[in-house]
Structures are given as C-alpha cells and as structure tokens.
Design a protein around this ligand. Structure first.
Ligand SMILES: [Zn+2]
Ligand SMILES: [Zn+2]
Length: 376
C-alpha cells in the first residue's frame, strides 16, 4: 500500500515538475522561407563557407559574397551549374542572404524559373529573430517572456502552413515577422532562454495564442471578430486594468464622408447620412454598424467595417460614438487592434506591477497551462 502511494506521489511529482507537453515531439529545426520567387540573390559570409548540391558537388568559397542565379540548367554559382536544392553553410558564425545575417544554414530550392531561399535553424534560434519584431524590446522582461511563449506556440502550431512550398513558415506578417540574426537583442534572447521550450496549452493541445496591441479595457471574443463559432474558453475575453495609460486606449478620428463611401464602394451605397452602432459585444465593442445612406441602409459587422474603411486610421471596432458634422464623421473609440487574446500593453502594465509572465499568460488566456515541448 505504502509503495502504491509513493508511486502515485512520484508520478504526480514528476508531472508537476516537468509539465511536459506530451502530444508529440516537435521538430528541432524550422525551415523559414526568407526570400521567395527571386531570380537571384547574394550569399556570403565573413568566414569561408560551403555550397553543396543534390548530386553531392561541393564548393568551398572564401569569405565574401557570391551571386546565385536561377538558370534553365540548374542553379548558377560563379561559372558552375548546380542541381537543386543547394545547401549553403558557414564554416563558423552566421550566413548572409542579400546582406542579412542568419543563424543555421540556407537551402536554395528551384520553384519554376525562380528561387526560394529557406533558412534552416533551431526553433529556439528562430524565435530570437521573431521576438524583437513582435514586441517592443525595451519592455520589461516578464512581458517579453510572455511574448516569447506566444511566438513559440504560434510557430509550432503553424509548422505546416507552407508545406506545399517546401518550407514550414514564411518570414512576413502572413505567419510571423522574422528578421534573422541581425534583429536580435539581448533582453529578447534572455526572455527566450528563460522560457526555453515553453508553450501554452489548453486541454493538452497547443493554444491559439492570438494577441493585439491594446484592448482598451476588455479583450474580445473572436466570434465578433472572425465569426468563430466555437470559441475556446481561454479566448472568451477578460477585463484588463493594465493598459489604461497606453497609446490609443481612447482615440478619436475624423474621416470625410466621401472617403468612407469610396472605401465601402463594393456595397454600392449612396451618400452616407448616419452611422449607427447596433449592439455591443461582451467586451463593450460595437457588434454591427448600420449605415444609413441616400439609397437605403447597409448593416456591417463593426470589425469588417474597420478593415474595409482603413484599419490604420480606425484603431479598433470598439466605438464609443460616431457623429456626423457637415461632411465629416467623428469616431471615438477604445483600444488598438482586433482585441482578441493577449493585450500587449496590458502585459507590459502587468509586468511593471510585478506580475510574472505566467500570471500574465493565465490572465489573458484563462485555464491554459505552460508546458515544455520536447524537440526531436
Ligand atoms: Zn506565411
Ligand atoms: Zn488591455
């Protein structure tokens, strides 16, 4: 009996200590599409570097830069035609592609009569080139650690996003912005190291770690933004008392009626007389807007209205009021972005108030857990 109790205790203790995300092992390397559909690019290194091709030809190049072209006869490097894919690796340090440094190595694939340049590196090193692009590098370490867990989780969940093109993830806002080794900064690298392998899970699955700049006081349920029918409990929306001093917590914008009408021209509307807020979401945002115009009425989802008119000028769909004065519409609202998931300015505020990254994550994604992935 005693042994049984001890065993149960030992198993519980192990699970509690390591909290391993056990669904499956995660690949250690990630293939990032960094330059796509290009006729040529420049590879280089400050040390010697090596190029090998599919037929096992190997070149050793001395430090410097070399131009690489797509050709009907293969991939041209100097006067040689090599068989794709090429592998380009530094003897030491980073490898350059079009003047930007990258950790790991490069793969050059032919795609039709163009080249795709893929950076292969460890997932942990990849996050180092993402975090400075997704967060403000001078924010406190706990906010950066929360963002590191988010970026890692997002990368792993999206590992198959570009599999049809022969890589895992692209380097633009389509996936996550990745700037290579040249954008790395010490505070972000520290945040990544201190959260090494950690991801956010819900019910044993990786969580959808959506985030935005500033929620304006309450985060949003994605059903009102992306029309999700089954919102996971951790994305239902929470109160946020930490972003009150952030930019655009309260914003105002004046736009010409003619500009709004032009942006909504797909809907064949006449001169806009009034824009009415129809219903509020649980986060206090507008659900829909009724546009009363000279030809009739049009009802639009408030978030879709923001995207159609100008998401940069209208900071959120959390409208407090919309008034007309002459031929100008005066919008007042709260927050910046879609408002779903973690509020970045709120995370910064929580960190400044002494909250840990775990408290930040569980506040914005309630009922989730932080677990460690195992790389294979
Ligand atoms: Zn992408
Ligand atoms: Zn907030």
């Amino acid at each position: 009996m005693k042994i049984k109790v001890l065993l149960i205790f030992a198993v519980f203790f192990l699970c509690y200590c390591y909290n391993v995300y056990a669904s499956e092992d995660v690949q250690e390397n990630i293939n990032v599409g960094i330059i796509l559909d290009t006729p040529s690019f420049r590879a280089g290194s400050s040390k010697d570097f090596f190029i090998s091709d599919a037929s096992n030809k190997k070149l050793k190049l001395t430090k410097g830069i070399t131009d690489i072209y797509c050709s009907e006869k293969g991939i041209q490097v100097e006067k040689l035609f090599l068989s794709p894919p090429l592998k380009i690796e530094p003897s030491n340090g980073v490898i350059f592609a079009d003047s930007k440094p990258y950790r790991g190595y490069l793969i050059v694939e032919k795609s039709g009569n163009k080249l795709n340049i893929i950076n292969v590196l460890t997932l942990e090193d990849y996050i180092k080139g993402v975090l400075p692009k997704e967060a403000s590098v001078d924010w406190n370490i706990e906010a950066l650690k929360a963002q590191a867990v988010i970026s890692r989780t997002y990368a792993i969940i999206n590992l198959n996003k570009h599999s049809s093109q022969g890589f895992d993830i692209c380097s633009t806002t389509h996936c996550q912005v990745y700037g290579g080794a040249g954008v790395e900064v010490t505070p972000c690298n520290k945040a990544i190291l201190e959260t090494q392998c950690e991801v956010l899970t819900y019910n044993g699955e990786l969580a959808q770690t959506v985030f935005h700049a500033n929620c304006g006081g309450h985060t949003e349920d994605p059903q009102y933004v992306w029309n999700w029918q089954d919102t996971p409990p951790y994305l239902k929306g929470v109160k946020c008392d930490y972003c009150a001093a952030a930019p655009y917590t309260n914003w105002e914008k004046v736009l010409d009626e003619s500009f709004i009408r032009k942006q909504l021209s797909d809907n064949n509307i006449g001169e806009i007389k009034k824009i009415k807020i129809e219903g509020k979401t649980s986060a206090g945002s507008a659900k829909e807007l009724k546009i009363i115009h000279s030809e009739g009425e049009l009802t639009l989802n408030a978030y879709q209205f923001r995207l159609a008119v100008d998401a940069w000028q209208i900071k959120s769909h959390s409208f407090d009021s919309i008034k007309i004065n002459g031929n100008k519409f005066h919008f007042k609202g709260k927050g910046w972005g879609h408002k779903v998931g973690l509020c970045q300015w709120g995370a910064k505020g929580m960190g400044e108030k002494g909250k840990t990254y775990k408290q930040i994550l569980v506040h914005f994604y309630p009922e989730t857990k932080i677990e460690k992935v195992v790389y294979k």
